[in-house]
Design a protein around this ligand. Structure first.
Ligand SMILES: Nc1ncnc2c1ncn2[C@@H]1O[C@H](COP(=O)(O)OP(=O)(O)OP(=O)(O)O)[C@@H](O)[C@H]1O
Ligand SMILES: Cc1ncc(C[n+]2csc(CCOP(=O)(O)O)c2C)c(N)n1
Ligand SMILES: [Mg+2]
Length: 343
């Protein structure tokens, strides 16, 4: 059944040529041999990212097969977007309960989730390999591969004091979706607001197009998977480390202006009754980009975002001095929650 599964469900997501035809033609080899053989064009670097999703940990157990597959690939493409890379391939490590493997409808829906996301990116992104095992818990490990011009990757370590901090989209929506999925938030929101939140949780849209423009614009970037404060913290820490390596004694920090954080109408409505920043600052599951840009690059960033129909909000600045401080209408507000951590 294992090989039948691969052949029936996964091969159609692969490169158009079979491994055998590619061997004859001397082109890239995807599914069907011990390893994939992929060309890297001259002048480009390979960017490799990996993310695992475990049922009950990364998505509620009743999530549809389509949404599980979509999310597993989307969170990987989101990492590539944050690097400024253009995805072209992914591999899939799949640990599958027997009841999923033997359910034709579930498997078809699962495959369509990958295909649906790939189609929505407009890019030729092929499944080039993986591994399939039986397991009690559904677990997916996707590793996506992207390309970036030599030395052009956008890194966490490039933030400079004085940079503006910008984010795409709205924050906290995926975490709100999780609360809706768990039934913890119901009558407080309209059906449409709840659906928007569930979509953010289950079908995150990686910000690939903007990510690909960032190399000339942003000093640093990260995708927000664990919550703004924790992920921005990675930028600040890594950028400070880089300054130390450069022999400078600069300790970087950040100021966040809470009133500038972009929120959906559902989040705004919720805030009117229960003022809490924890979903937007530390809930995670955002898959939006957090970037730092020198102030003279802001117009260009906004122009690019406008062209792509991506919302951008400037929410703070990189400062000298340790820590990330949050302000509401000019007053310092202490945050107690850090962000999502497994242990
Ligand atoms: N088991 C592991 N072995 C080797 N490197 C790892 C392992 N887990 C994480 N890393 C590396 O540690 C760094 C940070 O990983 P992490 O998973 O925290 O990524 P992230 O992008 O910050 O978060 P997310 O997984 O939520 O997208 C990355 O360079 C990643 O490749
Ligand atoms: C059932 C269920 N419980 C909790 C969450 C929230 N959650 C899980 S992992 C994660 C961060 C990204 O993961 P990683 O750091 O492993 O990439 C977040 C925000 C969820 N989505 N579903
Ligand atoms: Mg990441």
């Amino acid at each position: 059944m294992e090989f039948d599964l691969i052949h029936r469900y996964f091969a159609p997501l692969g490169l158009t040529k079979s491994a055998e035809q590619a061997a004859i033609d001397g082109t890239d080899i995807g599914i069907g041999d011990d390893g994939a053989v992929l060309s890297i064009p001259a002048g480009q670097q390979l960017v490799v990212v990996t993310d695992t999703l475990v049922s009950g940990v990364h998505f509620p157990e009743n999530t549809s097969a389509y949404d599980i597959a979509w999310k597993a690939l989307a969170v990987n493409l989101s990492d590539l977007a944050a690097m400024g890379a253009t995805p072209f391939a992914y591999s899939l490590g799949l640990s599958l309960p027997l009841e999923c493997a033997s359910d034709e409808e579930w498997m078809q829906d699962f495959v369509q989730g990958f295909a649906g996301l790939v189609k929505s990116t407009g890019l030729p992104i092929a499944l080039v390999g993986g591994d399939t095992t039986r397991s009690k818990t559904l677990t997916l490990t996707v590793s996506a591969k992207g390309l970036v011009g030599n030395g052009q990757a956008v890194l966490r370590s490039g933030a400079q004091s004085g940079d503006l901090i910008a984010v795409t989209g709205v924050l906290g929506e995926g975490a709100l979706g999780l609360q809706v999925a768990f039934g913890n938030i119901d009558s407080e929101l309209t059906a449409e607001q709840k659906q928007t939140a569930l979509n953010a949780l289950n079908r995150p849209q990686p910000q690939l197009a903007l990510g690909m423009c960032l190399k000339q614009i942003a000093n640093s970037a990260i995708d927000i998977s664990d919550g703004l404060l924790q992920d921005l913290g990675h930028i600040i820490k890594s950028s400070t480390k880089r300054q130390v390596v450069l022999g400078k004694t600069v300790q970087l920090g950040a100021k966040i202006f809470l009133e500038k954080i972009p929120l959906s109408s559902g989040m705004q409505q919720l805030f009117a009754s229960k003022v809490s920043w924890s979903l937007a600052l530390s809930g995670g599951d955002d898959y939006q980009l957090c970037m730092t840009v020198s102030p003279d690059k802001l117009t260009e960033l906004k122009l690019r975002a406008d062209e792509l129909g991506v919302e951008i909000a400037v929410i703070g600045e990189v400062t000298d001095g340790a820590g990330i401080k949050t302000y509401l209408d000019g007053k310092l507000v202490q945050q107690t929650e850090a962000g999502f951590q497994h242990f």
